[in-house]
Design a protein around this ligand. Structure first.
Ligand code: AMP
Ligand code: MG
Length: 512
């Protein structure tokens, strides 16, 4: 039976406090979610629900499904579609906005953090242009898997709270089962949100947005002499750190348009993303990224380019003197590559089992890390396993690492350099080299995962869920992805790379 939006069926699992709706009138359009024929809950993130302090206990299965499919609007929700612009593959689109997403509101979680609760796939909005406003089960479950994998890796990310099937088909190349995702984010303010108002020359709105963003993400900056410049610096710092983390786990976002770059510094919009297998900076999986703009190795430059768009948008707020504004913005952007390299090296040092650098001179460690990556690339070694087997080498067993190379002697010279560098510092209090090696290996295994969201595993899980309605492979994979550093026998199947031919043919799609 069709469920309808029944105002009598009040549910109050969220304690909403909607600052965006309240403070930023004119930055959005109010819109109710579409009513769907047959809601069915496919996924509920119980631990995230707990973290958010949600009260779901009083809701039975059908009530939860109606809630997360958008049929029952929870008390206090003020659904709205946000306006934003964006540079997509380098070209400016002045009016994008939430075409199929709605911000329901914000909650304060148990740790006192303000978090957005938003739908994706909940029907058309005034920003939908030619789109149907809908989403399919496969891409929404994909967002669950990859987002939870990133979260378990300690990488800032939006997270999936729930996925509900809608019981209606969505038409892409084929008819696919439809779904609504409920997404949790530190906020949904994007670089493109600033571009939207800057493009329209609406300085007052731009200032309001900047003040709101600072209050929400960097309140301490409000008291500094130049808060808007500090906002730009803070965005640069967050993205330098974020992209360095991506690069150190082999994550390819796939569609780093400025509308997909969150001011909070969280990874957002898991569309054609993928984890790299054999190390290759030119790796691209997205079917729409024909010119390889968003290839793995380009990601730091693209983050910098996107921050340039943010800087450009913020210019009118930086100084009344246009030349001075440009000089200040340029300084921040010019400093980004060094900022990024610092974060990258910090992560690489941990992965190499090195606790600290040489005082005032990073060049030897930079070269050590670069030469390691050159080795992996030349040998087409699996990036994840390469790092992980290096930890085994630290523990005294080099065989698993050597086995990743066609000629096991290839890493000899590099290993000798690395060992010498390791010997130059002792981990913890251990003086016995064997104990120091074990401690180093343990530290390395806590930062280099063994289980990542392998593309063939993700596809297998999504195909079973979408084509056969079988959620078991998805659930098993989700559990494995929650334990990325555990080298447990039951997780072993999730640690293996896909056969090289599969990876060579692998393409991801935008999921629209
Ligand atoms: P994305 O590629 O998902 O980041 O989306 C880029 C833009 O296209 C955003 O403005 C989305 O809201 C919009 N969009 C994507 N898919 C759809 C859809 N099925 N219906 C309406 N708008 C969409
Ligand atoms: Mg997007």
């Amino acid at each position: 039976m069709a469920t309808t939006c029944d105002p009598m069926a009040a549910v109050a699992p969220f304690r909403f406090d909607n600052s965006f709706a309240r403070d930023l009138q004119g930055f959005y359009v109010r819109q109710r979610p579409a009513v769907v024929p047959a809601p069915r809950l496919l996924f509920l993130n119980e631990s995230l629900a707990h973290e958010l302090g949600l009260d779901l206990a009083s809701l039975d299965g059908p009530a939860r499904a109606a809630l997360f499919a958008g049929n029952t609007l929870p008390d206090g929700a003020e659904p709205l579609a946000q306006a934003y612009a964006g540079h997509q593959f380098g070209g400016f689109a002045p009016r994008l906005g939430d075409g199929r997403a709605l911000l329901l509101g914000e909650v304060i979680d148990r740790q006192g953090r303000r978090r957005d609760i938003a739908f994706k796939g909940s029907g058309r909005t005034p920003f939908a242009r030619g789109g149907d406003g809908k989403a399919a089960v496969g891409p929404m479950l994909r967002e669950v898997l990859v987002g939870e994998a990133m979260h378990a890796l300690g990488i800032p990310t939006t997270r999936a709270l729930a996925v509900a099937a809608t019981g209606e088909p969505v038409y892409r190349e084929h008819a696919l089962p439809g779904a609504v995702l409920t997404r949790v984010a530190a906020s949904h303010i994007r670089v493109g949100t600033f571009e939207y108002h800057a493009f329209r020359g609406d300085i007052e709105r731009l200032r309001k947005l900047a003040e709101y963003t600072i209050a929400r993400h960097d309140p301490s900056l409000l008291a500094t002499p130049r808060p808007f410049l500090a906002l730009l610096q803070s965005a640069a710092e967050r993205h330098a750190a974020l992209v360095a983390q991506w690069m150190n786990v082999g994550f390819i976002h796939g569609v780093m348009n400025t509308d997909n770059m969150a001011m909070s510094g969280e990874t957002i919009d898991y569309g054609p993303c993928a984890f790299m297998e054999a190390y290759d900076p030119t790796a691209v999986f997205s079917s729409i990224d024909r010119r390889a703009r968003y290839a793995f190795g380009n990601q730091p430059d693209i983050a910098c380019w996107n921050l340039g768009c943010l800087a450009q948008s913020l210019l009118p707020l930086l100084s009344a003197d246009a030349e001075q504004a440009v000089a200040m913005a340029t300084e921040v952007i010019a400093a980004f590559p060094a900022r990024y390299r610092r974060h990258l090296l910090q992560g690489q040092r941990s992965k190499l089992g090195l606790g600290r650098g040489e005082p005032d001179d990073d060049s030897a460690d930079v070269a050590l890390a670069e030469d390691w990556l050159i080795l992996l690339q030349a040998g087409r070694v699996d990036f994840t396993l390469g790092w992980r087997r290096l930890a085994d080498a630290a523990a005294g067993d080099e065989a698993p690492l050597r086995a990743l190379f066609v000629d096991p002697r290839v890493p000899d010279a590099w290993l000798a350099r690395w060992r010498a560098r390791c010997a130059s510092e002792s981990v913890g209090a251990a003086h016995d080299p064997a104990i120091a090696g074990l401690e180093r290996a343990k530290a390395m295994r806590s930062v280099s995962p063994i289980v990542i969201a392998r593309n063939h595993r993700v596809e297998e899980a999504l195909a079973a869920a979408s084509d056969q309605g079988d959620l078991a492979p998805f659930q098993r994979l989700l559990i494995a992805l929650g334990r990325p550093y555990d080298e447990a026998p039951e997780l072993a199947p999730y640690a293996l790379p896909a056969p090289a031919e599969v990876t060579a043919r692998y393409r991801t799609f935008c999921g629209t």
